[in-house]
Design a protein around this ligand. Structure first.
Ligand code: ADP
Length: 406
């Protein structure tokens, strides 16, 4: 026999293109039962087949030509979660639903359609809800029974639990969805990174070419500006690459290698180097007490300072000072980087430490990838410390981190 879905469009049932092994055997059971009893004024309850059907372990029930239940086996009662009265109409399910979640009236259930339209039905899926609220996805195999004259004498239905298959399908769908989402994130990431890398490289490349080809004809002042731009953009590029490297390194489980560091000493070196690279900016360092020693990995400490100082420069006007404060409590050494720039909205402060998050105000002020603070947070937390941001009274921002004293 053919087991292609033969569901008419008017019945609005869900067609399935292929039947699995389980469904094929259920279809065969329905056919075999139908063949055996075709042509007899048959009631399973009275027949010798009752034992056979009970032994099947598959939910099977029969109805008379009007759809009134004449017999059901124990597997059907377990499937429905109830024992319907003989004579109930169409099927013994408590509630029925279509696969899309809409409720299905009993009179439009597959068994009803099979009887009303006088044909067998295959390739349909539905959901039955038991009185205890549990649900089971199933495929019904209703087959109309006729006597030798072709008169409908009843119908037999086999109900196959396909919950496991549905669950597996849902999992496959969820995995595909997660893959699609992670691909979208990857594309967005690559777009952002390419943009962030291309901008400085374009300046470096353009200026270097001009200096090479026409350097001797340029005014000394223009030459200086172009060289400063090359240095500035190269520094930005390096910053982006270091942050990315650090994020991937920490992500893959490689952790910093801490040693005792004199915080004020590191701060002095970093601020000195930063000041030389940003001659237009004033960076004031205050460190009290002088010998605050923390456990930290030096390159990572530099990276945190560089990110916080770089941001203070990016997000505050050139004429305003930047302050770096090194201080200590009984248990931790702290560094604060203070500026008088665009400041922060309290509601977004936590998000600033998420990778790729940038405040609207920052987007309008300067280019950026939004990974510097995320990298800082990873490093600080891997060293057992904490990191924070706050708005400053009088305008501007405070970014700070604290590490346990050595
Ligand atoms: P980026 O500067 O590349 O955007 P960061 O991770 O360093 O990335 O910073 C994340 C966000 O935190 C910035 O986009 C900005 O919104 C905010 N931010 C960081 N530093 C400051 C600052 N000094 N003043 C105001 N906002 C800041």
């Amino acid at each position: 026999m053919t087991i292609q879905p033969r569901v008419s469009a008017t019945t609005n049932l869900v067609d399935r293109p292929r039947l699995g092994t389980l469904e094929r055997s259920a279809s065969n059971v329905a056919d075999a039962v139908a063949k055996r009893i075709r042509g007899t004024k048959w009631a399973v309850a009275e027949s010798g087949y009752r034992q056979l059907i009970e032994a099947l372990g598959v939910a099977v029930y029969t109805t008379d030509p009007d759809g009134r239940i004449t017999f059901f086996n124990d597997a059907a009662a377990a499937f429905w979660g109830r024992r319907p009265e003989l004579g109930e109409l169409w099927c013994g399910s408590y509630l029925l639903f279509w696969p899309d979640g809409r409720q299905m009236g009993h009179a439009e259930c597959p068994m009803a359609i099979a009887l009303l339209e006088g044909r067998e039905l295959r390739g349909v899926e539905a959901i039955a809800e038991r009185p205890d609220g549990s649900r089971v996805s199933f495929s019904p195999y209703p087959t109309v029974l006729r006597d030798p004259d072709g008169t409908v004498v009843g119908a037999v239905n086999v109900l196959v639990d396909i919950s496991d298959r549905k669950r597996a399908e849902d999992e496959v769908r969820a995995t595909a969805e997660a893959l699609r989402a992670s691909n979208a994130v990857k594309d967005e990431f690559l777009g952002l990174v390419s943009h962030e890398l291309r901008t400085p490289v374009t300046t470096i490349f353009g200026n270097a070419r001009l200096l090479r080809d026409k350097g001797d004809r340029l005014a000394a002042e223009d030459r200086e500006t172009m060289i400063a731009d090359v240095a500035g953009e190269a520094e930005r590029l390096l910053g982006v690459i270091e942050n990315l490297l650090l994020l991937t390194r920490l992500e893959s489980g490689i952790h910093p290698d801490p040693e005792p560091q004199v915080l004020a000493h590191v701060a002095r070196l970093v601020v000195g180097s930063f000041g030389r690279r940003h001659p237009g900016r004033t960076v004031e360092l205050t460190s009290e007490p002088r010998h605050v020693i923390v456990e930290a990995d030096r390159p990572y400490l530099d990276l945190i300072f560089e990110n916080m100082l770089g941001n203070a420069v990016k997000y505050s006007p050139a004429e305003t000072p930047i302050e770096v404060v090194v201080q200590a409590t009984d248990s931790e050494g702290q560094v604060l980087v203070l500026d008088r720039g665009i400041g922060l909205h309290d509601a977004e402060i936590e998000r600033l430490f998420e990778a790729f998050y940038r405040a609207d105000m920052a987007r309008g002020t300067s280019a950026g990838l939004g990974i510097g603070l995320a990298a800082c947070r990873r490093v600080v937390e891997s060293l057992g410390g904490r990191i924070w941001a706050a708005s400053r009274e009088g305008g501007g921002s405070e970014f700070g981190f604290a590490l346990p004293l050595a």
